[in-house]
Design a binder for this molecule. Structure first.
Ligand SMILES: NC(=O)c1ccc[n+]([C@@H]2O[C@H](COP(=O)([O-])OP(=O)(O)OC[C@H]3O[C@@H](n4cnc5c(N)ncnc54)[C@H](O)[C@@H]3O)[C@@H](O)[C@H]2O)c1
Ligand SMILES: CC(C)[C@H](C(=O)O)[C@@H](O)C(=O)O
Ligand SMILES: [Mg+2]
Length: 353
């Protein structure tokens, strides 16, 4: 537990980012009244304010914080800008700057909430998967345009050290859970996946013989995640596969609005919902804030040493979802009403366990 007043940098970003972040901050302040919040722009909001999607003062604040809570970045307004000025580049730069190489994306169907899933209840019930997505390497960071802009490339490159460090996080997480890791790759075709597979196997043999390991190809894993989600405990995979598979996995609980994340590594942790800025609903006050609120919970668990408060938030979100979810899940609560329900449920459970 952190004894000093926790300092959290909040970066609401664009689109529904500010709407869901406001909800998460309200909940955070409710459970941790002395938290010090420093709010700054990132992404398109920062481009508009200062001409850069990741201003130097935001980087400095994030690095000296105890944790960073981010909303979402991007939107049609900034799509035509040169690459370096795009909101998404700001987010990638933030992740790099914090050394946040392990992105934990839990996929959970909380008890009694199977009806929110489009899958048959017997498939959705009890699903509890942790996707560990490598976040600082692979195809995201090595690309360009050539031949007078008429060719373009992105290279999926990994070093053994990059694979080892994220594999260790996955095996460690599995030890706290049900003791099984599925490593997802494309080793039947890609050399980079061959190295991935060899390295993950080596990490297990050297340090984690108590954890089960299975390898799956990403194409068949994409099918199995929705047809047989119960087969998975921890999934570890590279950056782009993890990005795609985690949005796919959002189908299991029923909405992207239920998918929080924690990005951990060398510096302060970064906590953000996995969804985007949802331009189609931004400004209407109807976004589902659950993923952002649950991300604040992950922050309490992973960076602020307060797992009991994180459990309280999980339970309160569960209660609010049972009573009346947001529109994306077939309910009628707007963002404010849903958040009010979460706060109400928190008041009913003031004991930290
Ligand atoms: N981490 C991030 O900041 C992040 C992640 C993904 C996409 N983006 C950016 O967001 C923009 C829009 O991308 P997109 O449309 O492909 O994906 P998106 O995740 O923003 O939206 C996909 C669909 O899911 C819905 N949705 C997403 N979050 C929701 C929520 N909390 N409540 C209710 N409905 C929700 C949207 O309304 C939309 O119909 C792009 O600029 C993209 O680059 C940012
Ligand atoms: C916006 C984009 C850079 C980001 C990613 O691809 O990592 C998003 O899709 C995510 O899943 O967090
Ligand atoms: Mg994504």
């Amino acid at each position: 537990m952190i004894n000093k007043v926790p300092h959290v940098v909040v970066l609401p970003g664009d689109g529904i980012g500010p709407e869901v972040t406001q909800a998460a901050v309200t909940v955070l302040r409710e459970v941790l009244p002395d938290v010090r919040i420093e709010e700054l722009p990132i992404g398109g909001a920062a481009v508009d304010a200062s001409g850069s999607p990741f201003p130097a003062e935001v980087e400095a604040a994030a690095k000296r914080s105890d944790a960073v809570l981010l909303g979402t970045v991007g939107g049609p307004k900034w799509e035509g800008l040169p690459r370096a000025m795009r909101p998404e580049m700001g987010l990638l730069a933030l992740r790099k700057s914090l050394g946040a190489f392990a992105n934990l994306r839990p996929v959970r169907v909380l008890s009694g909430l199977e009806h929110l899933s489009p899958l048959r209840p017997e498939r959705a019930r009890g699903v509890d998967i942790l996707i560990v997505r490598e976040l600082l390497g692979g195809i995201y960071f090595d690309g360009g345009r050539e031949k007078r802009e008429e060719e373009a490339f992105n290279t999926m490159r990994y070093s053994k050290a990059e694979i080892e460090r994220v594999a260790k996080v996955a095996f460690w997480a599995a030890q706290q859970r049900r003791g099984h890791v599925t490593s997802v790759d494309k080793a039947n075709v890609l050399e980079v996946s061959e190295l991935w597979r060899e390295t993950v196997t080596g990490v297990r043999s050297a340090h984690y013989r108590d954890v089960g390991l299975r390898h799956e190809y990403v194409d068949s894993a994409a099918m199995l995640i929705v047809t047989d989600p119960a087969r998975y405990d921890v999934i570890v995979t590279e950056n782009l596969f993890g990005d795609i598979l985690s949005d796919l996995a959002a189908v299991i609980p029923g909405s992207l609005g239920l998918m929080p994340s924690a990005s951990l590594g060398d510096g302060p942790g970064l906590f953000e919902p996995i969804h985007g800025s949802a331009p189609d609903i931004a400004g209407q006050g109807v976004a589902n804030p659950a993923a952002a609120i649950l991300s604040a919970g992950m922050m309490l668990r992973h960076s602020l040493g307060r797992p009991g408060l994180a459990n309280r938030i999980d339970n309160a979100v569960n209660t609010a979802l049972r009573s009346n979810p947001t529109r994306d899940l077939g309910g009628s609560a707007n963002t404010e009403e849903f958040t009010a329900r979460v706060l109400e449920a928190l008041v009913g459970t003031s004991v930290e366990v």
